[in-house]
Design a protein around this ligand. Sequence first.
Ligand code: URA
Length: 259
Amino acid sequence: MESELDYHTALAWLDWQVELGADEAISEAPVNRFEAVQEAMTAPVATGPVAPAAVQVAEVDPVVEARKAAARAGSLDELAAEMEGFAHCELRQGARSFVFADGNPAARVMIVGEAPGRDEDVQGKPFVGRAGQLLDRMFEAIGMGRLAPDAEQAIYITNILPWRPPQNRDPHPVEMAMMLPFVQRHIELAAPDIVVMMGNISCQGLLGQRGITRLRGTWQEVMGRPALPMFHPAFLLRQPVRKREAWADLLALKARLRG
Ligand code: URA
């Protein structure tokens, strides 16, 4: 049958499906999931031996598992491997890439953002989309960047979550709680002099507080290190008038680095 869709409409539909995460054709023919559910509900229940209570699956606490996995990591490579293999966070199923970090791990400044977006999910690196490009320009303005080989000028970048949440929704508290032990271990292993928390989600994860408008520019402590909350570059793209405050924060950061 000839399709009624014109080329541009078909392409827009396809883009929309990819955006929702449906980026793979998994069968030749469509499946009516409503019928499948009906069949499952009316199918006879299997009557076999029932597993005794003692061998039924034990409940695991993902936060406890995350703490154990993070503690096992003795290096950044080991941490990346532990995180990538962590099976309890469902976001990994919907994401294309595991996004660990970028920049120079020896940097004096470590930036903690929120979670990968679409571009980061495609490229497997944090902060590479429009917000990331603004972040690069902000740090270039104070003589720093992710490609700098020297720890003084370098930055090291990661996120609270290593997998993209569907449609870039905010991370759920339970997702943040189970990934937090990894972020904390990440900070311990990278051992930066200063942590920069980009936006509300990062502050919520690392400080247990939201309210970036009040928090930005106020020095805090994270894992025993000075930590500076700043406006997220995605927010600055929407509210360019707030760049003045971001600039003040960058200057405060530079001054603190100079001691
Ligand atoms: N926003 C973030 O917080 N992190 C990224 O990696 C990209 C956008």
